[in-house]
Design a protein around this ligand. Structure first.
Ligand code: ARG
Length: 600
């Protein structure tokens, strides 16, 4: 299953086109698509129209020529021509059986199951800039999406074979730190004696108090400003306190990452680039890109205008010599490309920063820091709204802390688990307390992640507990349950999927069985597409579709017998389809950052 079926098919169409139309015809992979309706076969090639234009022929005649030259043999039936010249392809069950049969067994030493999909031959060095909260405050719901989407995208790219670094570009520098450190000095002098053990139980409150102090006490405001100067001037004592504060804030962040199951995130905040900022401006100035505007250093990338139609500048140094968000981003990108060798940098940041990224990418290109071999992407996501479409807030109107949101998710999932466990009929009634707690945690956290990933990234998304915790529909509970159910089939059959004879022939006869095999065989194609387009929602849709095909296959009326199928070879074949489905779901969920449960 190394190569996706769509790719195999496309290769054949390409050779048929070359044979029938000569080498002048250029054909595009995008012209081959899976069909929406099995009536039209499994794949449709809609290239006859553009090709007809290229070559000055009638689309239907041209489609006929390609169809005649198409080497049918094992892969599919003879293509059918439909409408103005669409070519429809229907896969042969025998081919599907061989294709799926070749999937190697699970490698127990691997972190995840590749299902036989080979990594890309030429890996990119990818930096995923994700999560990146400001350390002055507690992480809030706004950081959920960046963290969850970033993690999934990183896993998908790793799976595809790329070398991925997850970077947490935290906001750990800036004027608000003057206020925070001064407040720490004035209110907790004791804590400063033992910086290694500095603890701030509630960062949000601490920030609010510091701000109040700053607004109400002019002497304190002066002190805060002096502290900023000390910090920027590299005063050792101030730096130590700053460092301790950031470490404490990062500990809060990492507690959230742990709850979310995020690992391998490198904290490399804005302060890391401090001593590179002057050089960034220098280098850009030497390149002749910088212009002075009211004492500030600016770059005017082409095509950006203010509302009045004037050229829009990207500010890189203020008139007082201070640097900005964009200066740090330029330094960070230069570092990632030059020092880390990144060939692809992906910024998982909300839609509101769209223009910032467009402008700063333009500057990276102008400076030649990002050449043709470097891909820069702003993976922009929409805001999180509440169920009624309003900005997501606490009942009192404050920002919702991520920590609290995740705790609530687990609590709500626990209520679902308990409600069902009270029913003596339910298998869950016998689960231990420990197992129930584990199920609640997995279901709760997965529900939050899955709902986030199942939505189109760029649109705003409505957060709804009812929807994400529902057992029906494209939700985490549904998928986790589908997986656990398939795993339980092996237990009921008294076998271990791992003991099924590897490579035993698959028999695909019943329509529900063929449909399931087709859904399974699309796995490599989906992975490839998701890795290209960075759209985790395509993966959730696929997994949901796959599990519905499985339900039909396993359904007593519409489907086939599995555990008691006869003869034995058929029973083995069907159990292998069960196993492959479970494996595809487990790997798919892994790529979304979601752990599976063996029973629930
Ligand atoms: N700290 C920023 C914020 O909270 C996000 C940083 C995103 N990454 C970047 N390289 N600009 O809005």
């Amino acid at each position: 299953m190394n190569q996706s079926i769509a790719n195999l098919l496309f290769e054949r169409i390409a050779s048929a086109a070359a044979a029938a139309l000569g080498t002048n015809a250029t054909i595009d992979r995008a012209w081959l698509k899976p069909t929406n309706d099995p009536k039209f076969g499994d794949y449709q090639f809609n290239g006859a129209l553009p090709l007809a234009k290229q070559l000055g022929e009638k689309p239907r005649d041209l489609a006929q020529k390609v169809a005649d030259a198409f080497k049918v043999d094992d892969l599919c039936e003879s293509p059918e021509i439909a409408g103005p010249g669409f070519l429809n392809f229907r896969l042969r069950p025998e081919f599907l059986a061989t294709y799926l049969q070749e999937i190697p067994p699970v490698d127990p030493s691997a972190t995840y199951d590749r299902l036989g999909i080979a990594p890309v031959a030429q890996p990119d060095k990818v930096v995923v800039d994700m999560s990146s909260p400001n350390l002055a405050k507690e992480m809030h719901v706004g950081h959920l999406r960046s963290t969850v989407i970033g993690e999934s995208v990183a896993r998908i790219l790793e799976f595809a074979g790329h070398d991925v670094e997850r970077v947490n570009h935290v906001g750990d520098w800036g004027t608000q730190f003057g206020m925070l450190l001064a407040h720490l000095r004035s209110t907790q002098p004791e804590a400063l004696k033992d910086l290694d053990h500095l603890q701030i139980a509630n960062l949000e409150n601490f920030y609010r108090e510091a701000k109040k102090h700053f607004d109400e006490d002019p002497a304190f405001a002066d002190e805060a400003r002096r502290t900023v100067v000390q910090l920027q001037g590299g005063d050792p004592n101030t730096l130590c306190i700053w460092k301790a504060f950031c470490d404490e804030s990062l500990r809060h962040c990492h507690a959230v990452y742990e709850a979310l199951g995020i690992t391998g995130l490198t904290d490399r905040g804005e302060s890391f680039y401090n001593d590179q900022l002057a050089d960034v401006v220098d280098e850009l100035t030497k390149l002749g890109l910088v212009q002075k505007s009211e004492g500030a250093d600016c770059i005017f990338p082409e095509g950006f205008k203010t509302r009045d139609g004037d050229p829009l500048p990207l500010l890189i140094r203020k008139s007082d010599g201070g640097y900005l968000y964009a200066s740090t981003d330029l330094a960070a990108a230069r570092y990632r490309i030059r020092e880390c060798g990144a060939t692809r940098v992906i910024y998982v940041v909300g839609v509101p920063q769209k223009q910032h990224f467009e402008m700063f990418f333009a500057v990276l290109r102008m400076a030649g820091w990002a050449g043709d071999g470097v891909r820069l992407e702003h993976l922009a996501f929409g805001s999180m709204l509440d169920a009624s479409g309003m900005p997501f807030k606490t009942r009192e109107g404050g920002t919702v802390k991520l920590k609290d949101l995740l705790a609530e998710a687990v609590e709500r999932a626990r209520a679902v688990v308990d409600a069902d466990s009270d029913d003596v009929e339910s298998a869950r009634a016998q689960f231990s307390e420990e197992e129930k707690a584990k199920i609640a945690e997995t279901v709760g956290i997965s529900a939050v992640k899955y709902a986030d990933l199942a939505h189109n990234l760029a649109t705003d998304y409505r957060f709804s507990w009812e929807h994400m915790l529902a057992m029906e529909g494209n939700t985490a509970p549904y998928m986790l349950y589908a997986y656990a159910r398939i795993r339980s089939i092996a237990r009921n059959a008294g076998i271990d999927y791992g003991d099924l004879p590897a490579g035993a022939p698959l028999t695909l006869e019943h329509p529900a069985e063929i449909a399931l095999a087709k859904a399974l065989a699309r796995f490599p194609e989906i992975i490839q597409q998701v890795a290209n387009d960075l759209k985790p929602n395509l993966l959730t849709e696929y997994l949901y579709d796959l599990s519905r095909h499985f339900s039909r296959f396993y359904d007593r009326k519409q489907g086939v017998r599995v555990i008691d199928a006869e003869p034995e070879s058929l029973r083995i074949s069907r159990l292998r389809l069960c196993d492959l489905t479970a494996r595809a779901i487990r790997t798919g969920l892994y790529l979304l950052g979601i752990k599976t449960l063996e029973r629930m």
